[in-house]
Design a protein around this ligand. Structure first.
Ligand SMILES: [Zn+2]
Length: 234
């Protein structure tokens, strides 16, 4: 990529002075025509995925979640429903429920949320819930004690198969991305790649990660390189 092409791709965004070095890092794995790959950020506030049975227990019989915006078939959607989480040392109020219902209850919070609740919560991929702590969930109808299912989500980037092919990536690869800006710029390593159809290209960070880097939903990061396989740990 020429310097001019790099500039034109960056135009309209806040200035990013390290494009040349990012290009150098990424050029080992990405076609030059794809550089720099810019990925929109979505900051994930604490949220809960529940089973249909859990939703009925917390809200009412045959209860259906109410999407807060457009809900496309088969895709996750934000809802108008919230619950409170009650931990050993504190509460987390108005935690958004995410639809549609899932096969397993899972609650995703940040490390700061975990401190407020008084829980030790591991960083895990979605669905990897063995050995994770539980929590008491307060809904409008009842209070339910979950034995397991609270995680800090491993940061990840969603992309569809066409995008993955273009970037030379596959499901479960790990990549590194760089945030932009001037004061708190960071590289995020060990970003899990999740490839599936009908998803937008999005980096999902929790609120702690986003705050540390000073990024918000709608900001962009730059894909810098593919890195080795790293396992999430406690
Ligand atoms: Zn995600």
């Amino acid at each position: 990529m020429t310097a001019n092409a790099s500039e034109s791709l960056s135009s309209g965004c806040e200035s990013y002075r390290s494009t040349a070095s990012i290009h150098h890092l990424a050029s080992a794995v990405l076609p030059a025509s794809e550089l720099p790959v810019q990925i929109p950020v979505v900051v994930m506030a604490p949220h809960a995925h529940f089973t249909s049975a859990m939703i009925e227990e917390l809200f009412c019989d045959r209860y259906h979640l109410h999407p807060s915006g457009v809900a496309l078939p088969g895709q996750r959607f934000a809802t108008l429903e919230t619950v409170d989480l009650i931990g050993p040392q504190g509460w987390l109020r108005k935690v958004q429920v995410i639809g549609p219902p899932r096969a397993t209850n899972q609650i995703e919070i940040s490390r700061t949320n975990a401190l407020v609740l008084g829980l030790r919560v591991p960083v895990r991929e979605s669905g990897d819930l063995i050995g994770t702590p539980g929590i008491t969930v307060q809904g409008p109808r009842s209070q339910v004690a979950l034995g397991t299912g609270v995680i800090c989500a491993l940061r990840h980037v969603h992309m569809n198969p066409e995008q993955a092919k273009r970037f030379g990536l596959k499901d479960r690869d790990r990549v590194e991305v760089a945030t932009r800006g001037t004061n708190r710029r960071l590289f995020f390593q060990d970003v899990l790649v999740r490839v599936s159809p009908r998803v937008s290209l999005e980096l999902h960070l929790d609120t702690d990660e986003a705050n540390a880097a000073g990024v918000h939903t709608g900001d962009f990061v730059v894909l810098t390189r593919r890195i080795g396989e790293v396992t999430a740990s406690n």
